[in-house]
Design a protein around this ligand. Structure first.
Ligand SMILES: [Zn+2]
Length: 245
């Protein structure tokens, strides 16, 4: 294939645009902002789970408190009934002794229930503090997540702009190249990632392999219009003034 050297040199611009496009694609796939969003999102889920677990624990404690309060009330009512019976003076000696015995039992029971109630209320207070702490942490993470999502969206928008610019440049350059040369470039680009490269300091710019003297001598003797391929990686080898031939 014969193509004017000036046109062949445009392949280097096209290769630079393609290299930029793959940098953009790589950056898009590995956005640190996206990784941070994923991490914060997972943390938010875990904090939410923590908060829900504390809420369930508080509900259980509230149920225990209501139950104990009910029991304390029942014992108190019974005590009051016994005391008013004693105060009425209308009970016989046997019933008197029974009532006194029962009052003793009820007082002990009251003491036990009140201690239990106090303990459960203390646990509820501790859980309430846990809940507030979990809530504060959740809000902090949600704020951080929103801020990181905003930065991620900005980074993606920047990449979109860069990608669009490269696509336009690519179309412009493509229109300036002969169809068969462009097709050869595209095939090589799809296969090896780099379609064309500069020959410089005896190295192919695509595979970086140094060509031997015999090869260099053969290339130097080949007319400038001839489209050359790298003997190692098959990239289109572009010769310019910088090639040092
Ligand atoms: Zn090569």
């Amino acid at each position: 294939m014969n193509v004017e050297p000036k046109i062949q040199a445009k392949l280097l611009e096209l290769a630079a645009v393609d290299a930029e496009l793959s940098r953009i694609a790589h950056r898009r796939k590995n956005l640190p902002e996206q990784q941070e969003v994923d991490r914060l999102d997972a943390e938010r889920t875990s904090r939410k789970d923590d908060a829900v677990a504390v809420e369930i624990a508080i509900d259980d404690l509230d149920r225990d408190i209501r139950k104990l309060e009910g029991e304390v009330d029942a014992v108190r009512q019974r005590e009051e009934r016994d005391r008013s019976m004693l105060a009425s003076g209308s009970v016989g000696a046997k019933q008197l002794s029974e009532l006194q015995h029962e009052l003793g039992t009820l007082e002990r029971r009251q003491g036990v229930l009140e201690d239990e109630l106090l303990e459960v209320m203390e646990r509820r207070e501790a859980s309430e503090a846990d809940h507030q702490h979990a809530g504060a942490q959740l809000s902090r993470i949600e704020e951080e997540l929103a801020e990181t999502q905003r930065r991620r969206d900005e980074a993606v928008a920047d990449l979109d702009v860069a990608h669009q610019r490269c696509t336009t440049d690519r179309a412009t350059l493509g229109a300036e190249l002969p169809g068969d040369l462009l097709a050869l470039y595209e095939r090589q680009h799809d296969k090896q990632g780099i379609g064309a490269a500069l020959l410089q300091a005896r190295r192919c710019g695509a595979c970086r392999i140094e060509l031997d003297r015999g090869e260099i001598a053969r290339i130097a003797a080949t007319p400038a219009e001839t489209v050359l391929r790298c003997p190692e990686c098959s990239a289109i080898l572009v010769r310019t003034k910088e090639s040092g031939l």
